[in-house]
Design a protein around this ligand. Sequence first.
Ligand code: 4PW
Length: 389
Amino acid sequence: MTVRVGVLGYRFMGKAHANAMARLPMFFPDAPDVERHVLVGRDEDALADAADRLGFENTATDWRDVVEEVDAFYNLGPNHVHVEPSVAALKAGTPVLCEKPLANDLDGAERMADAAEDAGVPTATAFNYRFVPAIRYAKNLIEDGALGEIRHFRGRYLQDWLADPEAPWSWRNSAEMAGSGALGDLGAHTIDLARFLVGDVERVSGHLRTFVDERPVEGDEDGAERGEIETRPVTVDDAYSAQAELEGGTMATFEASRFSTGHKNDHTIEIQGSEGSLKFSLERLNELEVLRKGNRGYETILVTEADDPYVEHWWPPGHVLGWEHTFVHENYEFLSAVDGAASETGRGGGETADGSGDYHPNFEDGLAVQRVLSAIQESDERGEWVEVA
Ligand code: 4PW
């Protein structure tokens, strides 16, 4: 079957996913045929230009005209538009991939996960860092017991694009449009990796901080062109930190900031167990540092061999991959699940009893992360530890 994909959003993430879909026939010949069928946005001129560049057949200015007609719907819009279109697509029986965090708040994420369960079709929360070969390698090591019992997980995700107080306001600074700031935008990835590699988060103690509480608006914001407004309030966190307890008693710390001067997209993970340890940095994503039992130091493993996860699809050993490849792997897995689910018993039927396939991270995983985000916010407000619902 040819999977016809409808995509809402054509900026940063639209580009990342369109590029991924374009790479599939070249590098993943066993992937289903994929048509970039329709691109959705509000500004017709910008949309037409983006559709042309990103290889879409059609455009639409209303997602309502699209969600029923396509074989998969990608919701890559700002967080506040995640719920309504995703739920409508699922009600029409259309599989959905949605960017992270799943929603602005717990209520929205619950509605999405409920709709996914009722629909019984594959869903994806776009935690693309699960698809880094070195992260997969780390998961295999942990599952094989090479680290023993996991005692510590440390994850931090540091950026600096808001360190300048004059950096312009965007939807990512608005609680109404984004739900939270560094916490949901960056922390969601770290929390997902903690769940993926170690286990569920059981309780948290969180701290959120906003360093700059208003920012200049750029010319294309409503009212700015006419000189009516010069700034908008920042209503989300610029940085967060949390300590947590994971299932099995692992101690964890999570941290993210948009004010970490000198750090552009620095996501690092450290895990220490009774038998060994590992370290991963997104800035060196082809490497994994591993300390094995009996050794006195870490060895750096270059995760670029043909038998390393996903690598045989690309280049010979040592020919490194980058950030964009994580989206290719993610699209490969999700679109294969969509195709598998549809081909068994027609659209919506599939490998699993309810037709949802076995793709992860799905909306249930997105909801699990949202529960942790919400507990961290609540803990900051109450000044005490909070159990994750
Ligand atoms: O994965 C990261 C994010 O979640 C991206 O690299 C940029 O920062 C875009 O949003 C966040």
